[in-house]
Design a protein around this ligand. Sequence first.
Ligand code: NAD
Length: 371
Amino acid sequence: MSRATSEPTKVAIIGAGDIFPAYAQGLAAFGNLQLVAVADARASASEARAAEFGIVAQTPAELLAGDAEIIINLTPPDAHLAVGRQVLQAGKHLYTEKPLAASFDDGQRLMEAAAASGRRIGCAPDTFLGGAGQAARALVDSGRLGRIVAGQASMMERGPDDWHPNPAFFYRPGAGPLMDMGVYYLTQLVQLLGPVRRVSGMAHTSWAPRTVPRGPRQGQSIAVETPTHVVAGLEFEAGAFVTLSTSFDVWKHKSSHIELYGEQGSVVLPDPNQFGGALSVCETDGEWQDLAPRAFTGRLRGLGVAEMAAALRAGQPHRASGELALHVLEIMDATLRAAAKASPVSLSTRCERPAPLPLGFEKQIACEVAA
Ligand SMILES: NC(=O)c1ccc[n+]([C@@H]2O[C@H](COP(=O)([O-])OP(=O)(O)OC[C@H]3O[C@@H](n4cnc5c(N)ncnc54)[C@H](O)[C@@H]3O)[C@@H](O)[C@H]2O)c1
Protein backbone atom coordinates (compact mmCIF):
# COMPACT_ATOMS: atom_id res chain seq x y z
CA MET A 1 0.00 0.00 0.00
CA SER A 2 1.48 3.34 -0.95
CA ARG A 3 0.16 6.16 1.18
CA ALA A 4 1.67 9.24 2.71
CA THR A 5 3.14 8.32 6.10
CA SER A 6 1.15 11.10 7.76
CA GLU A 7 -2.17 9.58 6.69
CA PRO A 8 -3.74 7.56 9.51
CA THR A 9 -3.97 3.79 9.14
CA LYS A 10 -7.59 2.72 8.65
CA VAL A 11 -8.74 0.09 11.13
CA ALA A 12 -12.08 -1.71 11.54
CA ILE A 13 -13.52 -3.89 14.29
CA ILE A 14 -15.34 -7.22 14.21
CA GLY A 15 -17.23 -7.75 17.48
CA ALA A 16 -19.49 -5.03 18.92
CA GLY A 17 -19.85 -6.41 22.45
CA ASP A 18 -18.87 -5.30 25.93
CA ILE A 19 -15.26 -4.25 25.23
CA PHE A 20 -16.05 -2.35 22.02
CA PRO A 21 -16.56 1.11 23.63
CA ALA A 22 -13.19 0.92 25.41
CA TYR A 23 -11.53 0.31 22.03
CA ALA A 24 -13.53 2.99 20.20
CA GLN A 25 -12.55 5.52 22.86
CA GLY A 26 -8.96 4.28 23.24
CA LEU A 27 -8.22 4.20 19.50
CA ALA A 28 -9.35 7.84 19.20
CA ALA A 29 -6.36 8.87 21.35
CA PHE A 30 -3.91 7.85 18.62
CA GLY A 31 -3.55 10.23 15.71
CA ASN A 32 -2.02 7.53 13.50
CA LEU A 33 -5.26 5.46 13.47
CA GLN A 34 -8.72 5.99 12.00
CA LEU A 35 -11.55 3.66 13.04
CA VAL A 36 -13.81 3.35 9.99
CA ALA A 37 -16.29 0.48 10.49
CA VAL A 38 -17.73 -2.16 12.80
CA ALA A 39 -19.31 -5.55 12.07
CA ASP A 40 -20.89 -8.19 14.27
CA ALA A 41 -22.70 -11.48 13.73
CA ARG A 42 -25.64 -9.63 15.32
CA ALA A 43 -26.46 -6.73 12.98
CA SER A 44 -28.41 -4.98 15.76
CA ALA A 45 -25.24 -4.83 17.90
CA SER A 46 -23.01 -3.35 15.17
CA GLU A 47 -25.70 -0.86 14.14
CA ALA A 48 -26.09 0.39 17.73
CA ARG A 49 -22.31 0.79 18.20
CA ALA A 50 -21.93 2.48 14.80
CA ALA A 51 -24.58 5.04 15.70
CA GLU A 52 -22.99 5.61 19.14
CA PHE A 53 -19.50 6.25 17.74
CA GLY A 54 -20.24 7.82 14.34
CA ILE A 55 -18.80 5.03 12.20
CA VAL A 56 -20.21 2.69 9.56
CA ALA A 57 -21.94 -0.61 10.39
CA GLN A 58 -21.21 -3.37 7.91
CA THR A 59 -21.70 -7.10 7.58
CA PRO A 60 -18.51 -9.08 8.38
CA ALA A 61 -18.15 -9.84 4.62
CA GLU A 62 -18.43 -6.15 3.68
CA LEU A 63 -15.91 -5.20 6.36
CA LEU A 64 -13.42 -7.83 5.14
CA ALA A 65 -13.74 -6.47 1.59
CA GLY A 66 -13.36 -2.85 2.75
CA ASP A 67 -10.32 -0.56 2.88
CA ALA A 68 -9.22 -1.09 6.51
CA GLU A 69 -5.56 -2.14 6.70
CA ILE A 70 -5.80 -3.71 10.18
CA ILE A 71 -8.89 -5.51 11.42
CA ILE A 72 -9.36 -5.81 15.17
CA ASN A 73 -11.08 -8.98 16.37
CA LEU A 74 -13.19 -8.41 19.50
CA THR A 75 -15.15 -11.66 19.39
CA PRO A 76 -15.07 -14.22 22.26
CA PRO A 77 -12.00 -16.52 22.44
CA ASP A 78 -13.69 -19.54 20.86
CA ALA A 79 -14.31 -17.44 17.70
CA HIS A 80 -10.74 -16.06 17.48
CA LEU A 81 -9.43 -18.75 15.12
CA ALA A 82 -12.33 -18.66 12.64
CA VAL A 83 -12.65 -14.87 12.54
CA GLY A 84 -8.86 -14.35 12.55
CA ARG A 85 -8.42 -16.70 9.60
CA GLN A 86 -11.08 -14.84 7.61
CA VAL A 87 -9.26 -11.56 8.28
CA LEU A 88 -5.89 -12.94 7.17
CA GLN A 89 -7.35 -14.69 4.13
CA ALA A 90 -8.94 -11.37 3.13
CA GLY A 91 -5.39 -9.94 2.96
CA LYS A 92 -5.73 -7.79 6.08
CA HIS A 93 -3.46 -7.55 9.08
CA LEU A 94 -5.09 -8.96 12.21
CA TYR A 95 -5.03 -7.50 15.71
CA THR A 96 -6.93 -9.80 18.03
CA GLU A 97 -8.13 -9.59 21.60
CA LYS A 98 -6.63 -12.09 24.01
CA PRO A 99 -5.97 -14.89 24.17
CA LEU A 100 -4.60 -15.43 20.65
CA ALA A 101 -6.95 -18.43 20.35
CA ALA A 102 -8.86 -20.79 22.63
CA SER A 103 -6.08 -23.43 22.60
CA PHE A 104 -2.40 -23.67 21.68
CA ASP A 105 -3.32 -25.84 18.65
CA ASP A 106 -5.70 -23.16 17.40
CA GLY A 107 -3.08 -20.47 18.02
CA GLN A 108 -0.58 -22.37 15.89
CA ARG A 109 -3.16 -22.64 13.10
CA LEU A 110 -3.72 -18.90 13.24
CA MET A 111 0.02 -18.25 13.00
CA GLU A 112 0.16 -20.61 9.99
CA ALA A 113 -2.65 -18.65 8.34
CA ALA A 114 -0.66 -15.43 8.87
CA ALA A 115 2.45 -16.95 7.34
CA ALA A 116 0.45 -18.23 4.34
CA SER A 117 -1.14 -14.82 3.75
CA GLY A 118 2.00 -12.76 4.36
CA ARG A 119 0.05 -10.62 6.83
CA ARG A 120 0.83 -9.80 10.46
CA ILE A 121 -0.83 -10.78 13.71
CA GLY A 122 -0.90 -8.42 16.67
CA CYS A 123 -2.51 -9.53 19.91
CA ALA A 124 -3.69 -8.07 23.20
CA PRO A 125 -2.78 -7.57 25.93
CA ASP A 126 -0.91 -4.42 25.03
CA THR A 127 -0.83 -3.10 28.61
CA PHE A 128 2.84 -4.09 28.92
CA LEU A 129 3.51 -1.15 26.57
CA GLY A 130 2.02 1.18 29.19
CA GLY A 131 3.90 3.42 31.58
CA ALA A 132 4.17 0.89 34.42
CA GLY A 133 5.37 -2.00 32.28
CA GLN A 134 7.92 0.17 30.51
CA ALA A 135 9.21 1.62 33.81
CA ALA A 136 9.61 -1.92 35.13
CA ARG A 137 11.39 -2.93 31.95
CA ALA A 138 13.85 -0.03 32.24
CA LEU A 139 14.46 -0.95 35.90
CA VAL A 140 15.11 -4.63 35.18
CA ASP A 141 17.33 -3.82 32.18
CA SER A 142 19.31 -1.25 34.21
CA GLY A 143 20.68 -4.06 36.38
CA ARG A 144 19.82 -2.13 39.56
CA LEU A 145 18.09 -5.21 41.00
CA GLY A 146 20.71 -7.61 39.68
CA ARG A 147 19.57 -10.86 38.03
CA ILE A 148 15.92 -11.62 38.77
CA VAL A 149 15.89 -14.97 40.55
CA ALA A 150 12.27 -15.41 41.62
CA GLY A 151 8.85 -13.82 41.83
CA GLN A 152 5.19 -14.29 42.57
CA ALA A 153 2.05 -12.98 40.96
CA SER A 154 -1.63 -13.24 41.75
CA MET A 155 -4.88 -12.46 39.98
CA MET A 156 -7.66 -13.64 42.25
CA GLU A 157 -11.26 -12.39 42.19
CA ARG A 158 -14.83 -13.70 42.37
CA GLY A 159 -15.23 -13.80 38.56
CA PRO A 160 -17.05 -11.61 36.02
CA ASP A 161 -20.46 -13.19 36.67
CA ASP A 162 -22.02 -10.04 38.10
CA TRP A 163 -20.90 -7.33 35.67
CA HIS A 164 -20.47 -8.89 32.21
CA PRO A 165 -23.61 -8.97 30.02
CA ASN A 166 -22.67 -12.44 28.70
CA PRO A 167 -20.48 -14.19 31.33
CA ALA A 168 -20.86 -17.76 29.97
CA PHE A 169 -17.75 -17.56 27.76
CA PHE A 170 -15.52 -16.91 30.79
CA TYR A 171 -16.14 -20.52 31.88
CA ARG A 172 -15.44 -22.14 28.51
CA PRO A 173 -12.04 -23.30 27.12
CA GLY A 174 -10.03 -20.25 26.08
CA ALA A 175 -11.09 -18.30 29.17
CA GLY A 176 -11.18 -19.16 32.88
CA PRO A 177 -9.00 -17.08 35.23
CA LEU A 178 -5.71 -18.13 33.63
CA MET A 179 -6.50 -17.49 29.96
CA ASP A 180 -8.80 -14.51 30.57
CA MET A 181 -6.78 -12.65 33.23
CA GLY A 182 -3.51 -14.53 33.81
CA VAL A 183 -2.64 -13.60 30.23
CA TYR A 184 -1.96 -9.98 31.36
CA TYR A 185 0.43 -11.18 34.07
CA LEU A 186 2.23 -13.66 31.83
CA THR A 187 2.69 -11.16 29.00
CA GLN A 188 4.15 -8.66 31.46
CA LEU A 189 6.45 -11.33 32.93
CA VAL A 190 7.67 -12.48 29.51
CA GLN A 191 8.42 -8.91 28.38
CA LEU A 192 10.44 -8.44 31.60
CA LEU A 193 12.13 -11.83 32.00
CA GLY A 194 12.03 -13.44 28.55
CA PRO A 195 10.60 -16.82 27.57
CA VAL A 196 9.48 -19.65 29.87
CA ARG A 197 11.15 -23.06 29.54
CA ARG A 198 8.92 -25.33 31.63
CA VAL A 199 5.72 -25.10 33.66
CA SER A 200 4.03 -26.96 36.50
CA GLY A 201 0.35 -26.60 37.22
CA MET A 202 -2.39 -27.19 39.75
CA ALA A 203 -6.00 -26.54 38.82
CA HIS A 204 -9.40 -27.13 40.22
CA THR A 205 -12.99 -26.04 39.90
CA SER A 206 -14.68 -24.96 43.09
CA TRP A 207 -18.25 -24.93 41.76
CA ALA A 208 -19.63 -26.70 38.66
CA PRO A 209 -22.15 -25.61 37.69
CA ARG A 210 -21.58 -22.18 39.12
CA THR A 211 -24.30 -20.09 40.72
CA VAL A 212 -23.98 -16.34 40.03
CA PRO A 213 -23.38 -14.89 43.52
CA ARG A 214 -24.73 -11.35 43.05
CA GLY A 215 -25.82 -8.75 40.49
CA PRO A 216 -28.66 -8.86 37.96
CA ARG A 217 -28.25 -12.60 37.27
CA GLN A 218 -27.91 -13.63 40.95
CA GLY A 219 -28.94 -17.26 41.43
CA GLN A 220 -28.59 -18.20 37.74
CA SER A 221 -26.50 -21.24 36.84
CA ILE A 222 -23.45 -21.16 34.51
CA ALA A 223 -21.89 -24.33 33.04
CA VAL A 224 -18.17 -24.55 33.92
CA GLU A 225 -15.94 -26.22 31.31
CA THR A 226 -12.52 -24.93 32.41
CA PRO A 227 -10.85 -24.77 35.87
CA THR A 228 -11.64 -21.70 37.96
CA HIS A 229 -8.60 -21.78 40.28
CA VAL A 230 -5.23 -22.34 38.59
CA VAL A 231 -1.71 -22.09 40.02
CA ALA A 232 1.26 -22.06 37.62
CA GLY A 233 4.91 -22.66 38.45
CA LEU A 234 6.99 -20.94 35.78
CA GLU A 235 10.64 -21.73 35.09
CA PHE A 236 12.06 -18.95 32.90
CA GLU A 237 14.90 -19.67 30.45
CA ALA A 238 16.95 -16.96 32.18
CA GLY A 239 16.67 -18.87 35.46
CA ALA A 240 13.93 -17.11 37.46
CA PHE A 241 11.22 -19.18 39.20
CA VAL A 242 7.85 -17.43 39.43
CA THR A 243 4.50 -18.65 40.79
CA LEU A 244 1.24 -17.28 39.40
CA SER A 245 -2.11 -17.83 41.14
CA THR A 246 -5.26 -17.10 39.15
CA SER A 247 -8.79 -17.55 40.45
CA PHE A 248 -12.44 -16.71 39.86
CA ASP A 249 -13.24 -18.24 43.27
CA VAL A 250 -11.81 -15.67 45.73
CA TRP A 251 -13.73 -12.76 47.26
CA LYS A 252 -10.73 -10.83 48.66
CA HIS A 253 -7.01 -11.15 49.28
CA LYS A 254 -4.00 -8.98 50.11
CA SER A 255 -1.38 -10.32 47.70
CA SER A 256 0.44 -8.00 45.27
CA HIS A 257 -0.23 -8.24 41.56
CA ILE A 258 3.39 -9.00 40.65
CA GLU A 259 6.56 -9.06 42.79
CA LEU A 260 10.01 -9.78 41.37
CA TYR A 261 13.04 -10.57 43.49
CA GLY A 262 16.53 -9.82 42.21
CA GLU A 263 20.00 -10.50 43.59
CA GLN A 264 20.23 -6.84 44.65
CA GLY A 265 16.63 -5.84 45.40
CA SER A 266 12.91 -6.26 44.74
CA VAL A 267 10.15 -4.57 42.76
CA VAL A 268 6.36 -4.63 43.18
CA LEU A 269 4.38 -3.87 40.02
CA PRO A 270 0.83 -2.49 39.74
CA ASP A 271 -2.07 -4.27 38.01
CA PRO A 272 -0.85 -5.45 34.57
CA ASN A 273 -4.43 -5.09 33.29
CA GLN A 274 -3.87 -1.31 33.48
CA PHE A 275 -1.41 0.87 31.59
CA GLY A 276 -0.24 3.01 34.52
CA GLY A 277 0.27 2.82 38.28
CA ALA A 278 3.24 3.32 40.59
CA LEU A 279 5.90 0.70 41.24
CA SER A 280 7.65 0.07 44.57
CA VAL A 281 11.33 -0.67 44.51
CA CYS A 282 13.84 -1.50 47.21
CA GLU A 283 17.55 -2.21 47.04
CA THR A 284 18.71 -5.12 49.23
CA ASP A 285 16.76 -4.80 52.52
CA GLY A 286 16.38 -1.00 52.32
CA GLU A 287 13.21 1.10 52.42
CA TRP A 288 10.55 0.79 49.71
CA GLN A 289 10.54 3.73 47.29
CA ASP A 290 7.97 4.67 44.66
CA LEU A 291 8.99 4.57 41.03
CA ALA A 292 6.80 6.62 38.65
CA PRO A 293 5.45 5.09 35.44
CA ARG A 294 6.63 6.34 32.05
CA ALA A 295 4.34 7.64 29.27
CA PHE A 296 0.96 5.99 28.48
CA THR A 297 -0.86 5.70 31.77
CA GLY A 298 -4.50 6.34 30.83
CA ARG A 299 -7.29 4.16 29.45
CA LEU A 300 -5.45 3.52 26.20
CA ARG A 301 -6.80 0.24 24.83
CA GLY A 302 -5.49 0.02 21.31
CA LEU A 303 -1.94 1.21 22.11
CA GLY A 304 -0.77 -2.11 20.65
CA VAL A 305 -2.72 -1.39 17.44
CA ALA A 306 -1.18 2.10 17.19
CA GLU A 307 2.29 0.64 17.74
CA MET A 308 1.61 -2.07 15.14
CA ALA A 309 0.45 0.53 12.61
CA ALA A 310 3.60 2.60 13.21
CA ALA A 311 5.78 -0.51 12.85
CA LEU A 312 4.05 -1.48 9.60
CA ARG A 313 4.73 1.99 8.17
CA ALA A 314 8.36 1.81 9.30
CA GLY A 315 8.82 -1.78 8.08
CA GLN A 316 9.85 -2.87 11.56
CA PRO A 317 8.61 -5.65 13.85
CA HIS A 318 5.71 -4.73 16.12
CA ARG A 319 5.81 -5.43 19.84
CA ALA A 320 2.45 -6.97 20.84
CA SER A 321 3.19 -9.71 18.32
CA GLY A 322 1.70 -13.07 17.40
CA GLU A 323 4.95 -14.77 18.44
CA LEU A 324 4.73 -13.28 21.94
CA ALA A 325 1.02 -14.16 22.17
CA LEU A 326 1.59 -17.72 20.93
CA HIS A 327 4.29 -18.30 23.55
CA VAL A 328 2.05 -16.92 26.30
CA LEU A 329 -0.83 -19.09 25.01
CA GLU A 330 1.41 -22.15 25.15
CA ILE A 331 2.41 -21.30 28.74
CA MET A 332 -1.29 -21.22 29.70
CA ASP A 333 -2.26 -24.31 27.70
CA ALA A 334 0.76 -26.22 29.09
CA THR A 335 -0.10 -25.18 32.67
CA LEU A 336 -3.56 -26.71 32.29
CA ARG A 337 -2.03 -29.86 30.76
CA ALA A 338 0.58 -30.03 33.53
CA ALA A 339 -2.22 -29.78 36.09
CA ALA A 340 -4.27 -32.48 34.38
CA LYS A 341 -1.38 -34.97 34.34
CA ALA A 342 0.25 -33.78 37.60
CA SER A 343 3.66 -33.43 35.98
CA PRO A 344 5.68 -30.52 34.50
CA VAL A 345 5.46 -29.71 30.78
CA SER A 346 8.34 -28.33 28.68
CA LEU A 347 7.43 -25.69 26.13
CA SER A 348 8.00 -25.96 22.39
CA THR A 349 7.86 -22.24 21.58
CA ARG A 350 9.95 -19.31 22.70
CA CYS A 351 10.02 -15.65 21.77
CA GLU A 352 12.38 -12.73 22.07
CA ARG A 353 11.42 -10.03 24.54
CA PRO A 354 9.69 -7.22 22.62
CA ALA A 355 12.00 -4.20 22.44
CA PRO A 356 11.25 -1.46 24.99
CA LEU A 357 9.35 1.54 23.64
CA PRO A 358 11.70 4.42 22.84
CA LEU A 359 11.28 7.55 24.95
CA GLY A 360 9.08 10.03 23.09
CA PHE A 361 7.21 7.27 21.23
CA GLU A 362 3.96 9.13 21.85
CA LYS A 363 5.04 11.68 19.21
CA GLN A 364 5.43 8.91 16.60
CA ILE A 365 1.85 7.80 17.09
CA ALA A 366 0.52 11.32 17.68
CA CYS A 367 -0.87 10.48 21.11
CA GLU A 368 -1.63 13.47 23.28
CA VAL A 369 -2.44 11.38 26.37
CA ALA A 370 1.23 10.85 27.07
CA ALA A 371 1.75 10.80 30.79
N1 NAD B 1 -15.34 -7.30 28.35
C1 NAD B 1 -14.14 -6.94 28.82
O1 NAD B 1 -14.02 -6.21 29.83
C2 NAD B 1 -12.90 -7.38 28.11
C3 NAD B 1 -11.69 -6.82 28.52
C4 NAD B 1 -10.52 -7.16 27.86
C5 NAD B 1 -10.58 -8.06 26.82
N2 NAD B 1 -11.74 -8.63 26.44
C6 NAD B 1 -11.71 -9.60 25.33
O2 NAD B 1 -12.46 -9.09 24.23
C7 NAD B 1 -13.09 -10.14 23.52
C8 NAD B 1 -14.58 -9.87 23.46
O3 NAD B 1 -15.07 -9.75 24.79
P1 NAD B 1 -16.46 -9.02 25.09
O4 NAD B 1 -16.52 -8.93 26.56
O5 NAD B 1 -16.62 -7.80 24.27
O6 NAD B 1 -17.48 -10.17 24.57
P2 NAD B 1 -19.04 -10.00 24.25
O7 NAD B 1 -19.63 -11.36 24.35
O8 NAD B 1 -19.62 -8.89 25.03
O9 NAD B 1 -19.05 -9.53 22.71
C9 NAD B 1 -18.58 -10.35 21.66
C10 NAD B 1 -19.27 -9.94 20.37
O10 NAD B 1 -18.75 -10.74 19.31
C11 NAD B 1 -19.83 -11.11 18.45
N3 NAD B 1 -19.44 -12.33 17.73
C12 NAD B 1 -19.29 -13.57 18.25
N4 NAD B 1 -18.87 -14.41 17.29
C13 NAD B 1 -18.78 -13.68 16.15
C14 NAD B 1 -18.42 -14.00 14.83
N5 NAD B 1 -18.03 -15.24 14.48
N6 NAD B 1 -18.42 -13.01 13.90
C15 NAD B 1 -18.80 -11.75 14.23
N7 NAD B 1 -19.17 -11.40 15.48
C16 NAD B 1 -19.16 -12.35 16.42
C17 NAD B 1 -21.01 -11.28 19.38
O11 NAD B 1 -22.23 -11.17 18.68
C18 NAD B 1 -20.79 -10.16 20.39
O12 NAD B 1 -21.45 -8.96 20.02
C19 NAD B 1 -12.71 -11.44 24.26
O13 NAD B 1 -11.59 -12.03 23.63
C20 NAD B 1 -12.33 -10.96 25.66
O14 NAD B 1 -11.37 -11.81 26.26
C21 NAD B 1 -12.92 -8.30 27.05
